[in-house]
Design a protein around this ligand. Structure first.
Ligand code: NAD
Ligand code: UDP
Length: 318
């Protein structure tokens, strides 16, 4: 049995659960800690009988003895704008107290550490595409600040643990990632559009749909995260797909892939919604040899079965 053991906070979430799978595939024993605020046990149900996997339902803002670990992946945090608007204080807490606790665990164990940061650190960016050297354009008191500033604080405290305690840290700046296991009702654009298209409802495009995003399929994202975990890169690294789409183009792609007859309707744009977003992935290419492989259309096709099955189930339980 492998002696390497990883702690994944947020391990029952969308990305955290895929990361647990990947780490088990790399030979780690994995402890997933999650308070199920926005995650679901179903995401790790397939690991129930794997003796190398443990799940514990806990709020990672509180001190805990997780036993000895070799790697801490701090992925706990609401991530959808709807979720973090609903759980604003909890988002700030997990980005501050939660990050301190995760770092302290790594420090106590002499473990490596990675935090899941975000393209939201760039806010509504004035530089396009966004390289890691860009410091961002963030409203510190607007409705998105509970997430953006929590993540910026998390990055700061992670770098401080590196500087002051010589901790072996990594920061991944994740750009919009999608795929199976996303909650159908978490309000993010791909689940919303998939759910609406599969039910024949109108797709809700906010604003005029000219704002852009660059969507990364989950297998590419996890591949980038693992490569960063194995690397010696301590500066933040963007991991996202640089192919950029307007939200209106995205809606049309979802309609095409699902074969839906849904129409498109336009609704109010939420405040501070970034107008454009695309990662500059030069650093990831150079230091990780990483390149996304799955384009948006293929990723939507790969996600279709999950959303087809999830729509009625989550509909009934919601
Ligand atoms: P998610 O909501 O599916 O997963 C987050 C998980 O964290 C959930 O299972 C939730 O229950 C758990 N959690 C929240 N607060 C907690 C706490 N105090 N204690 C224990 N568990 C807690 O979201 P996701 O998309 O999987 O995001 C995972 C991480 O990646 C987050 O840190 C997010 O900020 C980051 N990220 C994701 C994306 C994306 O596009 N998916 C983009 C940028 C950054
Ligand atoms: N969006 C939309 N319709 C929806 C959900 C989201 O037009 O039903 C837009 C949203 O305003 C934003 C983009 O899609 O411009 C991406 O939103 P999401 O919540 O997925 O993530 P964000 O990148 O804003 O964190």
């Amino acid at each position: 049995m492998s002696t390497r053991r990883a702690l994944v906070t947020g391990g029952a979430g969308f990305l955290g659960s895929h990361l647990c799978d990947a780490l088990l595939g790399e030979g780690y024993r994995v402890l997933a800690a999650d308070n199920l605020l926005t995650g679901r046990l179903e995401n790790v149900a397939h690991l129930r009988n794997d003796s190398r996997f443990e799940f514990t339902e806990k709020d990672v803002c509180h001190p805990a003895d997780w036993g000895e670990v070799d790697y801490v992946f701090h992925f706990a945090s609401p991530a959808s704008p709807v979720d973090y608007a609903k759980h604003g204080i909890a988002t700030l807490r997990v980005g501050s107290y939660g990050t301190f606790e995760a770092l302290e665990t790594a420090r106590r164990c002499g473990a490596k550490f990675m935090m899941a940061s975000t393209s939201e650190c760039y806010g509504d960016p004035l530089v396009h595409p966004q390289p890691e050297s860009y410091w961002g354009h963030v409203n510190p008191v607007g409705p998105r600040s509970v997430y953006d500033e929590a993540k910026r604080f998390s990055e700061a405290v992670t770098m401080a643990y590196r500087r002051y305690h010589n901790l072996d840290t990594r920061i991944v700046r994740i750009f919009n990632t999608y795929g199976p296991r996303m909650q159908v009702h978490d309000g993010r654009v791909i689940p919303n559009f998939m759910w609406q298209a599969l039910r024949g409802e109108a797709l809700t495009v906010y604003g005029d749909g000219s704002q852009t995003r660059s969507f990364c399929y989950v297998s590419d994202e996890v591949d980038g995260i693992l490569r960063l975990a194995k690397s010696d890169e301590h500066e933040p690294v963007n991991v996202g797909n640089p192919s950029e789409f307007t939200i209106l183009e995205c809606a049309r792609k979802v309609i095409a892939v699902t074969g839906s007859r849904s129409q498109i309707k336009f609704e109010t744009l939420p405040p501070d919604d970034p107008k454009q977003r695309r990662p500059d992935i030069s650093r990831a290419r150079r230091v990780l040899g990483w390149e996304p492989k799955v384009d948006l259309e293929s990723g939507l096709v790969l996600s279709l079965e999950y959303f087809r099955n999830a729509v009625p189930i989550q509909e009934i339980s919601s």
